[in-house]
Design a protein around this ligand. Sequence first.
Ligand SMILES: *Cc1c(COP(=O)(O)O)cnc(C)c1O
Length: 389
Amino acid sequence: MQSFQPPRRILMGPGPSDVSPRVLAALSRPTIGHLDPEFQGLMEEIKAALQRLFNAPDHACVPLPAPGTAGMEAAIMNLLEPGDRAVIAVNGAFGGRMADMAGRAGASVVTVDHDWGQPVDVARCEAALAEAPTKVFAFVHAETSTGARSDAGPLCAIARKHGALSIVDCVTSLGGIVVDVAGWDADVVYSGTQKCLSAPPGLSPIALSKRAQAAISGRKEKVRNWLLDFNLLMAYWGGDGGRTYHHTAPINALYGLHESLVAIFEEGQQAAIVRHARMHAALVAGIEAAGLSMLVAEQDRLPQLNTVRVPAGVDEAAVRTHVLKHWDLEIGAGLGPLKGQVWRIGLMGASATAWHVRLCLTALCEALTAQGYAADAKAALAAADAKLT
Ligand SMILES: *Cc1c(COP(=O)(O)O)cnc(C)c1O
């Protein structure tokens, strides 16, 4: 064997996003014990920083030791017991994954299905909640498979009105658009590190309301997965000097998350959100000047995940291969019904810069032109630049 040397890549897909040198440096600091008092200090800082980032001062916030899907699984498995009714909005791949998990938890699952590219429809979800007593209402805030943003405030409000606990997937939204857990009065909200937080994949920050904590401690039967059972997990992350061994925290990964949180607060959360919006406006202007069009209606678009329609006659995969080979640039393919129909261009965290926008437009126009589709890179860059001044 030899040491693995990854190629240099520019990450503009649906995640992971580019990781800054300061986060990479933090990851390589010396490993210490997870019960070391210094490490416990780090855990406390991360918990407080996540409360600030989610705007969830009254929620319990911890980073779970696995990627975003673990946050989803923890939310579903801790809140649902066999026989409970769950209403799940499905407007893309990740809503579908939540419905699959809820079925595995033994819940009776009602999905509210949408066309891909649409935001979640509040009235249709409310109609499903009104039909019968419901334990959990779950939806995805930023659907990474389509690039659509849903309106989390009204969706959490209908859950409360009908006595259901809300689960909100904020894997792609956190750090890129406003996430306001207290303002929404949401119950369980989870995210991931490799999207707009720009840390490597492998951790899932999660926030639990007091209502959610009470529901979990009052369960009739034990949570069926051990690692993600909050009744056990909170004794490890709970603090007050009472920490007992539960699992070994991914110590160096937490150094990386901590550094990415320091960077976000240095820039300012609001400034980061404005930056994502600006870069999105510039990218879309360039895309449209190149003769391409966006999948999602303007008012529902996510700045951090841009779905661009593949023009007729263009080989979707060949374009991705071209930009990877000639520009070291990764962009994403469509999933499910959008396979072959769209590219997914991420502007997440450290990948949301003017340099990334200009590089992506240049590379994309070159790849399209190589396929015989006339895309004017000069016009695309001029349109983007006009939004960046
Ligand atoms: C990426 C993503 C996930 C899953 O996160 P992993 O880290 O890949 O497990 C879940 N939901 C949404 C909306 C995502 O974008």
